[in-house]
Design a protein around this ligand. Structure first.
Ligand SMILES: [Cu+2]
Length: 257
């Protein structure tokens, strides 16, 4: 429903660029909600003004039950429908399950940084344990050196993703609740200590986008800022191979292989 008003509002308060496959449906639902709220506001004020100007002064209950409860029931149905639709859009990234071939990346929130772990050539994450967490010794996620799956895992301070390929993110937190949020990818999911959360999605537009923490997680919350770099698929593959080779070289140097 493009109109002078929407165009004007969008100019004052534009949505960020849409860089994910599921984004347009979410945006359309958001706009639909705003339009319905706006039209209901006009309608309600119109009725109020009309009532004050032309109708009887006394306030009394109508004998017409349909007139009294009909609009109420219609509103309940309308907002219930909008809520169900919103819940379905939300669940699409969470409860439907990612495709088996989706790329796996683990996101860990720590006061005050994000770590991104890739599973390496074996495409399987190594086991971690909290008592092995030692950022000063180069093991901020507590990867267990005895688990062979972990030998080729590598950690990046920047989230690098391919455009056009489904990604399955596994979210963890080490200390308090952090809010993983990428406005351009229309993603927001809490990372909660002791819990594993998943979101899956497909980025469409290559570019650099900000990753924010949307939970006030402590004094350094403001600097819990990272970036996601969405690359065209061939460039992503080059990056991945380079990082996997470096991880393998590290493992050989460290005597793990
Ligand atoms: Cu945080």
């Amino acid at each position: 429903m493009p109109s002078a008003l929407t165009l004007g509002l969008l100019r004052v308060w534009p949505l960020p660029a849409d860089a994910a496959e599921h984004g347009p449906a979410l945006d359309a639902h958001l706009r639909l909600n705003l339009w319905i709220a706006f039209l209901l506001l006009l309608l309600a004020h119109g009725l109020l003004i009309a009532g004050v100007l032309w109708k009887k002064r006394e306030i009394r209950h109508s004998d017409n039950l349909l007139l009294e409860y009909g609009p109420l029931a219609a509103l309940v149905l309308l907002f219930f429908g909008l809520g169900v639709r919103a819940q379905m859009l939300w669940a699409d990234q969470r409860y439907t399950g990612a495709a088996p071939e989706a790329m796996q990346v683990e996101v860990t929130g720590v006061q005050f940084a994000w770590y991104f772990r890739y599973p390496g050539e074996d495409e399987t994450f190594g086991a971690t344990s909290p008592d092995r967490v030692a950022p000063g010794e180069g093991n901020p996620l507590g990867i267990d050196p005895k688990d062979s799956h972990g030998v080729d895992d590598f950690i990046s301070s920047q989230l690098v993703l391919p455009a056009g390929r489904e990604v399955d993110l596994t979210l963890h937190a080490q200390d308090v609740i952090h809010g993983f949020s990428i406005p351009e990818l229309r993603l927001k999911q809490n990372a909660t200590p002791g819990m594993t959360s998943h979101i899956h999605f497909t980025a469409t537009q290559p570019g650099d986008y900000a990753i924010l923490c949307t939970q006030v997680c402590g004094l350094g919350h403001y600097r819990m800022l990272s970036t996601v770099r969405v690359l065209p698929e061939d460039q992503f593959d080059t990056w991945l191979v380079k990082r996997e080779q470096a991880a393998r070289a590290n493992a050989i140097l460290g005597g793990l292989r």
